[in-house]
Design a protein around this ligand. Structure first.
Ligand code: XUL
Length: 543
């Protein structure tokens, strides 16, 4: 029996998935998840984020992620019933872009972790900064502008790094820290992503940043897969020596540090480089060839596609990241995902069944009513100052608002992913909200495509376990094609297909234009969309 473990440190929770691979026997044998707020209330986070008065600022405590890792490893060792001796390799996935700032003492502290004491007390002194800016942060517009200017404009920056400057990306965040707290920056010896920080804790030494997550920093030369000197120079002084090495996602960083073997009885399993949640999810949704896309409905809603060659978004909204296969993934990310759905649900006093009921009993197209659910700053489209907008929508009508939030999310994903040029026949849906078939019906109707659910809802975590499997074989000189790696794990579950309804598809072709006009109006770039809404109502009036 051979076991691989995947971990996923997302915005709100930590998850573990263990898979067994034994000849043709391939199955998920353990899954466990806990939310940071509930499991570690002493850190005071809300939905995984530290309390904030400025909605544009979003940080989280890296000590909390470390303590969560320790707790999860304890659960895997002591409560899962897994035969630990069969664990061959472990890999992870983490929320992208967030950065952790460590002092020069970190290296020695990581190497000397003592199994007799809890992890978090032993790393208390390694942080050059207590909090870590995360992907929800939108406070670095000035830094984005400065970096863009230095690199010759947004298109040049996107061609070099895969994306124009984005507020949440690590480079602009580093620049802000170096500007605001030069002493803290001077104290910083190593800047990790969330992914490479957690891999470092497992391996007991500084782990590299993989090409998948490295592409989310505005610092990596995407084609050359090395740090881009011009971008480093435009970001902060003396940055290169503070960054970990870049490495392919399949890199074996080392083996589990004596802390984990001594404290919990793990074998010295291989620790594989961690990656971002979206690159890992690409594997966990089985998107390992061109022509397939996945939509992940989590804290962020993302849509991503696999590509052999990079393709850049001329509108500057989307990204190209490295894929763990060594290829590329194109991605768009909407910040107002699950928290926006949840907010509308709570505002109207509904439970999730009530939310689904509202979707069942309201008409596709919602009579042309539109909600732009920008409760938090939005990434796609770019909305730096939050604020929701309603067009032809009664704010007190619960069912209509439920339909409006879901329709807006799907229409935004469809509209802003057009540049990827993928003909969408089938969508693999993942993330917590992908369990909800009413939401998936709206997805199928808006994209005019079949939508499939996957057995394991946390595809980022499953993807991490599958990456551990692939890297273990590769490090022994056996390269398994990715189709074979994911076979039997990341395939759409039989009988889960949600088919588009032709009448609804026609409505959404129309509504997409109404939605686009509302976006343009709300962004101050276009006229009043109400006549378009009236036209939609006329065309699709109830008989
Ligand atoms: C992707 C992004 C989010 C985070 C959330 O660019 O910012 O999807 O990775 O986990």
């Amino acid at each position: 029996m051979t076991i691989y473990l995947g971990l996923d440190s997302s915005t709100q929770s930590l998850t573990a998935v263990a898979i067994e691979v034994n000849g043709t026997r391939r199955q998920v044998i353990f899954q466990h998840s806990f939310a940071f707020d509930a499991e570690l209330p002493q850190y005071g986070t809300r939905s995984g984020v530290l309390p904030r008065s400025d909605r544009r600022v979003a940080t989280a405590p890296p000590r909390m992620w470390a303590e969560a890792l320790d707790r999860m490893m304890r659960i895997v060792a002591r409560e899962s019933g897994l035969p630990l001796g069969s664990l061959r390799a472990i890999a992870g996935s983490a929320q992208q872009h967030g950065s952790v700032y460590l002092t020069a003492g970190a290296q020695a502290a990581l190497a000397a972790l003592d199994p007799a004491y809890p992890l978090v007390g032993q790393i208390a002194g390694i942080f050059a900064r207590d909090d870590a800016p995360i992907w929800m942060d939108a406070s670095t517009t000035a830094q984005c502008e400065a970096i863009t200017l230095a690199l010759g404009g947004p298109e040049a920056l996107a061609r070099l790094t895969g994306s124009r400057a984005f507020e949440r990306f690590t480079g602009p965040q580093i620049r802000k820290f170096a500007e605001r707290d030069p002493a803290g920056y001077a104290r910083t010896d190593r800047i990790h992503l969330v992914s490479s920080f957690l891999a470092s804790l497992l391996a007991g030494r500084h782990a590299p940043i993989d090409h998948g997550d490295g592409a989310g920093m505005n610092l990596m030369d995407l084609a050359g897969r090395r740090w881009a000197a011009a971008a480093l120079h435009a970001t902060a002084p003396d940055l290169e020596r503070r960054l970990p090495a870049l490495a392919p996602s399949e890199t074996v960083v080392g083996t589990l540090a004596p802390y984990w073997t001594g404290r919990y009885g793990f074998p010295p399993a291989k620790v594989v480089a961690w990656s971002g949640d979206n690159p890992s999810s690409l594997i966990g949704t089985g998107i390992v060839r061109e022509g397939r896309i996945a939509v992940s409905l989590g804290t962020s809603d993302t849509l991503f596609a696999f590509r052999r060659e990079p393709r850049f978004d001329p509108s500057g909204t989307g990204h190209v990241f490295g894929a763990p296969t060594g290829d590329y993934l194109t991605l768009i990310c909407c910040q107002n995902g699950s928290l926006a759905r949840d907010r509308v649900r709570r505002e109207h006093g509904l439970d999730w069944e009530g939310f689904s009921n509202a979707l069942r009993h309201t008409p596709a197209g919602n009579g042309g009513a539109i909600l732009l659910p920008w409760f938090e700053p939005e990434i796609t489209p770019r909305v730096p100052v939050p604020g929701a907008h309603r067009y032809g929508l009664d704010p007190t009508n619960g069912p209509a608002n439920v339909r409006a939030v879901v329709e807006a999310q799907m229409l935004a994903l469809a509209l802003h992913s057009h540049w990827m040029g993928v003909r969408v026949d089938a969508i693999h849906a993942t993330g917590g909200a992908a369990r909800n078939r009413e939401i998936l019906q709206v997805m199928a109707d808006v994209f005019a495509a079949d939508v499939y659910q996957l057995d394991v809802a946390n595809s980022a975590c499953l993807g991490a376990a599958l990456r551990a499997y692939h890297a273990d074989l590769a490090s022994d000189g056996r390269r398994l094609p990715w189709d074979e790696v994911v076979a039997g794990f990341a395939e759409p579950a039989a009988g889960t297909r949600v088919r588009p309804v032709p009448d609804h598809v026609a409505r959404y072709v129309d509504l997409r234009m109404v939605y686009a006009a509302c976006e343009t109006h709300a962004l101050g770039r276009g006229g009043d969309p109400l006549p378009l809404i009236a036209g939609f109502r006329q065309r699709f009036a109830a008989p």
